[in-house]
Design a protein around this ligand. Structure first.
Ligand code: NAG
Ligand code: NAG
Ligand code: NAG
Ligand code: NAG
Ligand code: NAG
Ligand code: NAG
Ligand code: NAG
Ligand code: NAG
Ligand code: NAG
Length: 841
């Protein structure tokens, strides 16, 4: 078979197409299958396995976002000193720190996650970790430490010390205390040998995963060293063994004595390495190792044959190549002979394959040897056409992952390939991150795959055009990360149970959209712009993802419409923290929410923006209207009752009356100020009273008023003798600014007639009714006055009168009011009244 020489241009995809069609024909007649794919240098994804451990650390340590402190890459020269004492997570990686001092850690007794990688650390002050006994995750990798620090952290689970400069893997004796250590990374460019006693302090530990090696060749490995780590389940070696395969053999024998099932080998050979012999022969006699992963390694087709023969004859069921550079150094490409042996291999993964020759690889291997293979992943390889008779013929294949390639509708369903009997057992197909476009075309083509249940078309270029006809056996579809919009629902099948529409540009979800899916159980709508969740969404739904949308509240009504719901992911939405969230915060069973409480933050109102929702406090009272009303009502009643009783107890009525008097006086005072200035009066007031009241008048009234500078006309004193009484009255009234009547029952009965006469004669005084002031010495209800005293009745109705109080404190107010009535123009007096009122009240 020819080696297809293509241009050394990774982008010549269209020419590859034509050449490939020829190839496809050739391969049809040959019993062995032929696998080819185009060469493309794809942008490489970084290996995200380590991130998983950081996520694990986050999950292990953090209960609230508030306890996360992230200073990564901020060009800081030291750890901030003012960290909150409840900090659980501290990332200060990628900062030029140099020395890690103890002081900033003194208060951080809750610290559980610490990352200080890429900080140029040369020194860690001894005793620093005494302050942080709760540490479970510590990453001090990629620094300049020339020793492995003494650590004694009983709770520590994950420790990364890789990428430093120590020259020995000898672990300090204090490591003995770290009984919980599960993951340990060790690696230094300066450590060139592994000595027999290096890991002694961990021999009693329960270490599960050891990463070892600084990417440099070792000069010595003492047989038996790793064998001491009995509980080891996974070992990752980052050591090139070229031309030194004895070490590798020894190491494998040691690994064989532990519990290791996972063997990861990073860069086992340098790019230019003349691999002689059969370094992987030991694999055949290592019964426990079932997972083998080869990372960042160059492999020649010639070596691949010997390597795979060992693997296929071993117990390895899961083989993974990550970031493989494949070179064809044999003219026939990769040719693998049939095996007599039934192979146990179940899963093969190729993730990121670079083709050194920039040409189609030629792979010649019988599918018959893969009788038990159920999983195949071929990702990041630049494949743009699915080779006929290879993957589609694998008899037991259940899962095929062709993500991150260059496949398109017609590249996957290549016209020249047979379309019957393909993928006999395939249940799950991932075509994620390719170039598929036509959903209708795909829906028709999937009828060929009789067993297919799940199809992943995320990260493609899917467009919605004409109607789709999905086979009933497909129950799961992912269309996430395609630009589809709200009209996607009619293009889906009613037999779908799981639908992933994350990041598809949906802005609104209606009840009608979901009506057509009678068996829908899982709906993923993350990363859209949905604002409102309708009620009565779906009675069958078990799981709903609505995180990273524009939802402001999850209401009780919405959840009532999802009676079977078991999982609701609703984090990272702009929640409005108000009474709308009261039910959500208090009544909702949080075991429903896998992302609670970390991803729930208040967005509005501004006052609580950024506050973790779990810390938002709202009370039943402030949120339930009827309760509020009831409480408000009872409080009002109580207050009112209290006020009333106080009012009565303190003679509120009387004081109110006084206040009223005072206010009227004040109002009138202004009007009369001028009048008073122009008029000339001899007296402020003429006082009229009954003889029987004269003791009060002389003992109280006169001294009190005259004492305050009020001049009075009193008939016993100031009447001209010999004159008729009424003339005297008229004289006095005319010479006085006001006329003061001291009213009592006695006065009304005995004296009033005189005044009736007086009023009759001097009608003019009617116009000046304001000049009359009445003092009630004792209560005289207006109604009880005799009918004939019509005048008095009207006057008392119209005029304000002052009642003489028995209480002494009130009497002060009385006097002040009275004085003010007689001296209205004098502001000082008014003020006195006010003060007197205030004081006694
Ligand atoms: C420690 O930090 C380095 C650098 O960021 C990272 O590559 C590594 O995966 C981290 N280790 C763990 C165990 O997460
Ligand atoms: C911390 O900050 C770095 C850089 O900004 C970022 O990559 C990392 O994801 C952040 N970590 C967390 C836990 O948010
Ligand atoms: C970091 O800070 C130093 C001074 O402290 C400055 O000279 C340098 O330019 C800064 N680097 C960056 C990337 O900001
Ligand atoms: C691994 O251990 C088994 C016994 O458990 C033994 O038979 C086999 O030879 C060992 N293989 C190697 C490579 O040491
Ligand atoms: C692969 O083959 C090339 C050329 O024959 C050789 O130079 C290189 O060392 C080989 N590498 C490995 C890892 O086998
Ligand atoms: C590899 O080594 C073998 C023997 O050690 C030698 O015969 C062969 O020529 C070498 N190949 C290369 C490409 O260096
Ligand atoms: C992939 O492997 C090559 C060596 O074969 C290495 O140079 C490169 O850095 C690796 N890429 C990643 C992303 O690890
Ligand atoms: C398969 O078995 C047959 C006879 O048992 C033998 O002749 C043949 O060489 C074997 N093939 C391989 C690849 O082991
Ligand atoms: C919440 O739901 C879980 C599982 O359904 C249940 O075990 C738990 O008791 C519930 N908690 C409350 C407070 O109802």
């Amino acid at each position: 078979m020819d080696v297809m020489e293509s241009k050394k241009d990774p982008c010549s995809v269209s020419t590859s197409h034509i050449r490939l069609s020829k190839m496809a024909f050739v391969s049809e007649s040959v019993p062995v299958a032929l696998l080819l794919w185009t060469i493309t240098i794809l942008s490489l994804r970084t290996n995200c396995r380590a991130e998983q451990e950081e996520d694990e650390g986050l999950a292990l340590c953090v209960t609230s976002r508030r306890q996360v402190q992230n200073f990564s890459g901020q060009n800081r020269t030291q750890v901030p000193h003012d960290l909150k004492s409840d900090t659980q997570y501290l990332d200060i990686s990628h900062n030029p720190i140099g020395k890690l001092k103890a002081a900033p850690f003194q208060r951080l007794s809750q610290l559980c996650f610490l990352k200080v990688s890429h900080c140029g650390l040369r020194l860690i002050y001894p005793g620093l970790f005494v302050h942080t006994p709760k540490l479970k995750f510590l990453n001090i990798s990629h620094n300049l430490l020339d020793y492995i620090p003494d650590l004694s952290l009983p709770l520590l689970k994950i420790l990364d010390l890789a990428g430093n400069q120590y020259d020995s893997y000898q672990l300090p004796a204090t490591f003995e205390t770290m009984a919980n250590l599960a993951v340990l990374s060790l690696g230094s460019k300066n450590a060139l040998q592994v000595d027999f006693n290096d890991f002694d302090s961990l021999s009693e530990s329960s270490l599960q995963h050891l990463r070892l090696g600084g990417g440099v060749r070792w000069q010595r490995y003492d047989r038996g060293t790793v064998a001491k780590l009995k509980s080891l389940q996974k070992i990752t070696l980052k050591v090139p063994f070229c031309e030194n395969f004895d070490l590798f053999q020894n190491l494998l024998e040691d690994v064989n004595e532990t519990q290791t099932t996972d063997l990861e080998l990073a860069k086992v050979f340098p790019d230019r390495c003349n691999v002689t012999g059969d370094p992987f022969r030991n694999l055949r006699s290592m019964p426990r190792v079932t997972n083998l992963t080869i990372i960042n390694t160059w492999i020649n087709s010639s070596f691949m044959v010997t390597f795979l023969k060992n693997v296929f004859l071993s117990n390895v069921t899961m083989l993974t190549f990550l970031n493989l550079t494949y070179s064809e150094d044999t003219p026939d490409g990769f040719r693998f002979p049939s095996l007599n042996h039934t192979m146990v291999m179940r899963s093969i993964t190729f993730d990121q394959v670079q083709h050194y020759q920039y040409q189609y690889p030629i792979i010649d291997i019988s599918v018959d040897i893969f009788l038990k293979m159920t999983f195949l992943k071929f990702s990041g390889t630049g494949m743009n056409i699915l080779p006929c008779h290879v993957m589609s013929s694998l008899p037991s294949l259940e899962t095929l992952d062709l993500s991150n390639n260059l496949l398109s509708d017609t590249g996957f369903w290549w016209v020249m390939c047979p379309s019957t009997g393909v993928f006999p057992k395939l249940r799950r197909l991932s075509l994620r991150k390719n170039r598929f476009v036509d959903l209708s075309f795909i829906s028709k083509k999937t009828h060929q795959m009789k067993k297919l249940e799940s199809l992943d078309l995320s990260f493609n270029l899917i467009r919605l055009s004409v109607q789709c006809f999905w086979p009933v056996h497909i129950t799961e579809l992912s269309l996430s990360n395609n630009n589809l919009g709200n009209r996607v629902f009619p293009f889906l099948s009613q037999s779908f149970q799981r639908i992933d529409l994350s990041k598809t540009g949906i802005t609104a979800l209606t009840q009608e959209d979901l009506l057509q899916f009678p068996v829908l159980t899982h709906l993923f709508l993350s990363f859209n712009s949905i604002k409102v969740l309708p009620t009565n969404l779906s009675p069958t739904l078990l799981s709903l993802y609505i995180d990273q949308n524009a939802v402001t509240a999850v209401s009780q009504e919405t959840l009532a419409g999802l009676p079977r719901l078991r999982t609701l992911k609703a984090g990272e939405n702009p929640f409005a923290c108000s009474c709308n969230t009261y039910w959500f915060l208090t009544a909702l069973n949080k075991s429903l929410l896998p992302d609670w409480p970390l991803d729930y933050t208040c967005s509005t109102p501004l006052a609580v923006a950024g506050l973790p929702m779990s810390e938002y406090k709202t009370s039943k009272i402030s949120c339930e209207a009827w309760l509020q009303a009831a409480i408000a009502l009872s409080v009002t009643v109580v207050v009112a009752v209290a006020l009333c009783s106080v009012f009565y107890a303190c003679d509120g009525v009387w004081y109110t009356k006084m206040l009223w008097v005072w206010l009227r006086v004040k109002r009138r005072g202004r009007k009369q100020a001028n009048l008073l200035r122009n008029a000339t009066f001899r007296y402020h007031s003429f006082i009229s009273y009954s003889h029987s009241d004269s003791p009060w008048v002389h003992a109280m009234l006169v001294p009190s008023l005259e004492g305050a500078g009020v001049s009075l006309c009193i008939h016993e004193r100031d009447f001209m003798p010999g004159q008729w009484i009424v003339d005297n009255i008229i004289h006095c009234v005319e010479a006085s600014y006001k006329t003061l009547f001291v009213l009592s029952n006695h006065f009304v009965q005995s004296e009033w007639c005189t005044y009736e006469l007086f009023f009759a004669q001097h009608r003019a005084i009617h116009a000046q009714q304001d000049s009359l002031v009445f003092i009630l010495l004792e209560p005289i209800p207006t109604n009880s006055l005799p009918k004939k005293f019509l005048k008095l009745r009207t006057l008392m109705m119209q005029q304000t009168y002052l009642e003489w109080p028995k209480d002494e404190r009130k009497q002060q107010v009385f006097w002040a009011s009275l004085r003010s009535m007689l001296q209205v123009a004098d502001h000082r007096v008014l003020k006195d009244v006010a003060l007197a009122l205030v004081e006694s009240a």
